[in-house]
Structures are given as C-alpha cells and as structure tokens.
Write a new protein. Structure first.
Length: 198
C-alpha cells in the first residue's frame, strides 16, 4: 500500500523498519546501568497492567540482557479519560539522537480552511506511534527493567525525540492523497481534522 502513494525511500523505510538516527551515526554508550523507576503500590499495579497490555499487542517483548543495550526508566502520564499511559523516559538517549527541523500543521492551518458552510470531524489515531516498527538492531536502545524482568520496545515509543517528525512525515503522503481526491484535511501528529463544505 505504501508504494502506491509514495516513492520516498525514507518513508518506505519507516513503514518496514524505522532506524533511530544517531548523531554522526554513533550509537550511544551507557556507563550507568542502575536505572530505577520508583512508584507507589497503586502506580506499580498500573504499570504492571500496562506492561501486560503492551505485551499482548507486541509493542514490547521480554528479552535477555546483552552488550551495548541502553536502559531507561519509565513513568506514568495521566490521559484525559482518567487512565494512564506508560512512557519510556528517553531523556538520556535523546541526547544522542539527530535533530531535524520540520514543519507541522497547526490549529491556525485548520482555521484558514474553514468557511461559513464548513463542517468538521476529528480523528485521533489510537496507538499511533506503535504502528511504526523499530529496526531490530536498534530495539536494544529502548529497554527498561520492571519487577526483575527486562523488556524492550519493538515499535516507536512515546518519549523518543524524533517521533513527532517521523510520524508527521509518515502521514504526509496519506493526507496529500486524500487532498487529491478532494478531501480537505489537516494533521497534527496523531490527530486529524477532516473538513467538508455544504
């Protein structure tokens, strides 16, 4: 499907196996391996539950320790519906990741498309980042410990600095194809706004 709407090698590579772009192609080294995540009893139950959910949909997997792995702590972020999202704290890893300036659509972009007879619908893509597979050789940089077990992300995690750019570029040809068909739309990472006119 991807090749039908774009021939961009970067985007096609993302769809099949997204590589982490490290500065000067130098993979990170970690000197401190005692990376702990501290939670109270209630939070620990939430984390354990979230890990089971992520295992069930193959977003993470249990692994064995290996050379050159990179460990990060995890934390919980509340969602609008009262639930929690588990986030891999990649602050240290992000220091090694190449930054590329990119342009995203904004709320102002959407306002410019609105006319007096417009109607709108919004789409929030569930688990958007998790639809992007990480290249197997780079999954070792997305690891964390929980309850004595080691896990790694197999998909693009929340918390990695390059995720907004990667996902924006990934959806750009999709939005362009829809516009060619006459569907007016604006996308902001995993939120899409579709506009129609009476």
């Amino acid at each position: 499907m991807g090749k039908k709407i774009t021939s961009d090698k970067f985007i096609l590579d993302i769809v099949s196996h997204c590589h982490i772009e490290f500065i000067d192609n130098v993979e990170p080294k970690q000197d401190i391996f005692n990376v702990k995540s501290v939670f109270n009893s209630k939070e620990s139950d939430i984390v354990s539950n979230e890990i089971q959910k992520l295992l069930a949909i193959d977003v993470i997997k249990e692994v064995q320790s290996m050379k050159d792995q990179f460990l990060s702590p995890i934390f919980l972020r509340p969602k609008k519906n009262g639930e929690y999202r588990m986030i891999l704290n990649l602050k240290k890893l992000n220091e090694y990741i190449e930054y590329h300036h990119f342009k995203m659509d904004t709320f102002e972009s959407a306002i410019k498309l609105v006319t007096s007879k417009s109607f709108m619908a919004s789409i929030d893509l569930r688990h958007a980042y998790y639809s992007v597979p990480i290249a197997e050789e780079h999954q070792k940089f997305l690891r964390f410990y929980w309850n004595g077990k080691l896990f790694q992300y197999t998909c693009l995690p929340n918390g990695i600095s390059s995720a907004p750019r990667i996902f924006t570029k990934l959806l750009k040809p999709v939005y362009s194809s829809l516009r060619v068909l006459g569907h007016v739309n604006v996308g902001y990472i995993d939120d899409s706004l579709l506009l129609g006119r009476l």
